[in-house]
Design a binder for this molecule. Structure first.
Ligand code: SAM
Length: 313
């Protein structure tokens, strides 16, 4: 397939790709709505928002590209937001979000919309937030102008999980290393190669109706940012008190190494002990990044960027 050319094509590819991904999204990315999930989301927000602001919380929040609800559903449970509106360009993702919310006994409003044209009145929300979404948006300046318009004066905008341009380049090293040693690793754990089993990554019955849409994955991520890019987008839309930080370096290299290794094996052949090692190792290294590296090294080299800013009063 040819790369999408216009902004409209990019939005269309994002909608189709994420509609197809919606059912398996939480399992693929290990999304959790219990205490570990809430702790992860809070840990991220604490990096760019004052403790007092988080303790006070937000009355009305608007999430952009909310996917299956990772941020809003965890923040509702943690008591940080009280009324959540969740938006996404993919109706499929919002359907999964609604069933997650129902299972957790949470009330949310969902609205299918792109980020650059929000169907809400001016000054409607106290908080506009998102996770891993800005890098999908074709017209970032227009999107930030919309975030500003729908926020009340003094309102907060916060985004986390945005790919950093240099962090992404650095992460290619462990990814390549893992791909090179994958056959040895599979032999060591006694796993079959994923491609030895036809359709091991499809729907299991020998026919993947969405094969073409899975192939869209490489077209949906359209930006990777330097910290200054995000700060400029926020300031250009009229925000002030802009903070940009980087997170995850060693944890990310460890995580990608394991993800690449695991992707080469038939999932059922990967031992439970290995998965525990990968999960617990990642959490331990996240702490190491946070305590030793994030305050000392430039934001640009970390894998993920976070930004927070305020609409002037
Ligand atoms: C990487 S997923 C992140 C989902 C969720 N925030 C999370 O962290 O699990 C990106 C989400 O952004 C949505 N999206 C992509 N382009 C968008 C756009 N232009 N406007 C609004 N949402 C968009 C996708 O449908 C998808 O649900």
């Amino acid at each position: 397939m040819e790369a999408p050319r216009t902004d409209e094509d990019i939005r269309d590819v994002n909608t189709r790709y994420h509609d197809v991904a919606a059912d398996s999204y939480d399992a693929k990315w290990g999304i959790d709505f219990g205490e570990p999930g809430q702790a992860q989301v809070l840990m991220k927000l604490r990096k760019v928002l004052d403790r007092g602001v988080l303790e006070h919380g937000f009355e009305r929040s608007l999430e952009i590209g909310s996917g299956t609800g990772y941020f809003s559903l965890n923040l509702l449970q943690a008591g940080v937001i009280r009324q959540a509106t969740c938006t996404d360009i993919s109706p499929g993702m919002l359907a999964t979000l609604r069933s997650n919310a129902e299972r957790l006994g949470l009330e949310v409003e969902t609205v299918a919309t792109g980020a650059e044209e929000l169907p809400f009145a001016d000054a409607s929300f106290d908080l506009v937030l998102g996770h891993a979404i800005l890098h999908h948006i074709p017209d970032l300046a227009q999107a930030f102008a919309e975030f500003n318009r729908v926020l009340k004066p003094g309102g907060t905008v916060v985004f986390a999980g945005e790919p950093s341009r240099y962090g992404d380049r650095l992460a290619r090293v462990p990814k390549r290393g893992a791909a090179a040693v994958a056959p040895l690793w599979r032999r060591a754990i006694g796993a079959r190669a994923a491609d030895a089993i036809p359709y091991a990554n499809g729907n299991g019955n020998g026919h993947d109706p969405h094969a073409a849409d899975h192939a869209l994955e490489r077209f949906v991520d359209i930006h990777a940012f330097a910290p200054g890019d995000l700060a400029a987008a926020a300031r250009g839309a009229g925000f002030d008190a802009v903070t940009v930080r980087g997170e995850e370096l060693v944890a990310n290299w460890f995580g990608w190494t394991n993800r690449v290794l695991e992707a080469t094996a038939v999932p059922e052949d990967v031992p439970w002990g290995w998965r525990q090692y990968a999960y617990r190792g990642y959490l331990a290294l996240q702490q190491l990044d946070q305590r030793l590296l994030e305050g000392r090294l430039p934001a640009a080299i970390f894998y993920n960027l976070l930004i927070a800013a305020q609409k002037p009063l």
